[in-house]
Design a protein around this ligand. Structure first.
Ligand code: EPZ
Length: 425
């Protein structure tokens, strides 16, 4: 059964006040399967309350893990008694991060059978670098009938050069190598904050990983990981979404529970666009009073401007003075959302991996569909700044990755409410 909720947004709002960022989705969806490698109780704090987290926790439960919430953002996971290395299609199809089950199950049981993962559609989403890493460690990997079969007789540390900078492949190889014999070196590793978070979690459980956050990660295999407590970092993309929302709508917003260092590419871009951004120890204030100015944005792996904020930054650019070029440097196809935005008066043309955005005077509210998670967030911001009423449909994408987005934004002045149109079977 599918609930047909929609968001109704009355536009032309300014944003003012304080807003607090939750734990990082993309860290949580990797740390939770990483707990499979741990024989003991892991207490994980600052877990975001989002669908993707509930899904991955459910996958672990189905594999035999004991899971219970200590409070609404702290969960205890005990995978000591898991003895199943199979994750079928029904279990994994709903989210991309289920590919971490391959690395984690392989690392723990030397065997994994995991159906091909699902997730947002940005064109081709290959996993060749994950497989290359597992094979370099000695695993035999086959894909048959939509299932990834991987097994290894003896995991041996090795040197792996990633042909592509990949978040998922870096984390997955780290998971598989944590309990291998000897030392594994991942070169050309991704450097995103959640890679450091997964390494810190594993180290807190007894692993020996050095260099996470640089492009060379060294993993010295250990025999066993015991339990412990770990707190997930704040969500860089949620924080960036709020910073960009403040700049788009105008006003004065203090974004709390952030690591300002993670936000540098966004801070720099918003200053270029005429917002004032002030960094504190664990908060960032965005003030925007004057007209937004055009800017070019190119998305890149961290520390570049994040691809996950590409649809979001397009909204303030769409009402800035002048012409901006937004270039997608990570995914082949991440502009599918623009046809929906055009309904709201955004003037945008896409040529391959670049979009040319002509600033317009105002956007106008319209019914739109959230085509994926971050495009959904972009449409919410478009609705906040547009004249009139915007209706956003297909909220399942937004609910996958943002905790209470409409409640948080309402608390700083947005006029959003969720309404239910019933259910379909
Ligand atoms: C992670 O996806 C994030 N998802 C994505 O966020 C994010 O867009 C992406 O990293 C890039 O930052 C999670 O962390 C769960 P990649 P991932 O492997 O790991 C190519 C969101 O909105 N590639 O870093 O799947 C690939 O085609 C989501 O929260 C290969 O060629 O991304 C892409 O062009 C959406 N071979 C590039 O690398 C591979 O084996 C980066 O992909 C793997 C990837």
């Amino acid at each position: 059964m599918l609930a047909l909720d929609k968001l109704l947004i009355e536009g032309s709002s300014k944003l003012e006040g304080e807003i607090t960022v939750s734990g990082a989705k993309n860290a949580a969806v990797a740390v939770i399967p990483a707990a499979i490698l741990v024989e003991g109780k892991c207490i994980i704090e600052n877990i975001p309350k989002i669908k993707d987290v509930y899904l991955i926790l459910d996958m672990l439960k189905q594999l035999g893990a004991n899971i219970h919430y200590i409070d609404n953002s702290t969960v205890e996971i005990d995978c000591s008694n898991i003895n199943n290395h199979t994750a079928p299609y029904d279990m994994v199809v709903k989210m991309r991060a289920s590919y971490y089950l391959v690395g984690a199950l392989l690392g723990r049981f030397s065997k994994a059978e995991v159906a091909f993962p699902g997730g947002c559609n940005f064109g081709v989403r290959p996993i060749d670098q994950h497989i290359k890493g597992f094979e370099a460690l000695g695993a035999k990997v086959e894909i048959e009938h939509g299932v990834i079969y991987a097994q290894v007789k003896r995991f041996e540390g090795t040197q792996i050069y990633m042909d592509v900078v990949s978040v998922g492949a870096t984390i997955n190889v780290m998971l598989a190598a944590v309990r291998a014999e000897g030392t594994t070196i991942i070169e050309n590793a991704a450097k995103e904050p959640h890679i450091v978070d997964v390494a810190n979690f594993l180290n807190a459980m007894g692993a020996n990983i050095k260099g996470a956050g640089t492009d060379v990660i060294k993993i010295i295999g250990v025999n066993k990981l015991g339990g412990g407590t770990y707190c997930i970092i704040p969500d860089q993309i949620e924080a960036g979404t709020f910073m960009i929302a403040a700049a788009a709508a105008g006003g004065d917003v203090l974004v709390k529970n952030v690591i300002p260092k993670h936000m540098e590419s966004i801070t720099a871009k918003l200053i270029e666009m005429n917002a004032q951004v002030t960094e504190y120890d664990d908060a960032i204030r965005v003030v925007r009073k004057d007209k937004l100015i055009r800017a070019n944005v190119k998305t890149l792996p961290y520390p570049g401007f994040p691809t996950d904020l590409q649809p979001v930054i397009t909204i303030p650019l769409s009402v800035a003075s002048g012409t901006s070029i937004v270039t997608e440097g990570v995914w082949d196809s991440r502009f599918q959302y623009i046809d929906e935005l055009k309904r709201m008066g955004v003037d945008i043309k896409v040529e391959g991996r670049a979009a040319v955005v002509e600033g317009v005077k105002r956007l106008s509210g319209a019914p739109v569909k959230a085509t994926d998670l971050r495009a959904g967030a972009a449409m919410v911001i478009a609705g906040i700044i547009a004249e009139g009423t915007t209706e956003i449909h297909d909220l399942m994408h937004i609910d996958r990755g943002y905790e209470n987005l409409e409640k948080k934004l309402s608390s700083i002045g947005a006029r959003i409410k969720r309404t239910s149109q019933g259910t379909v079977l």
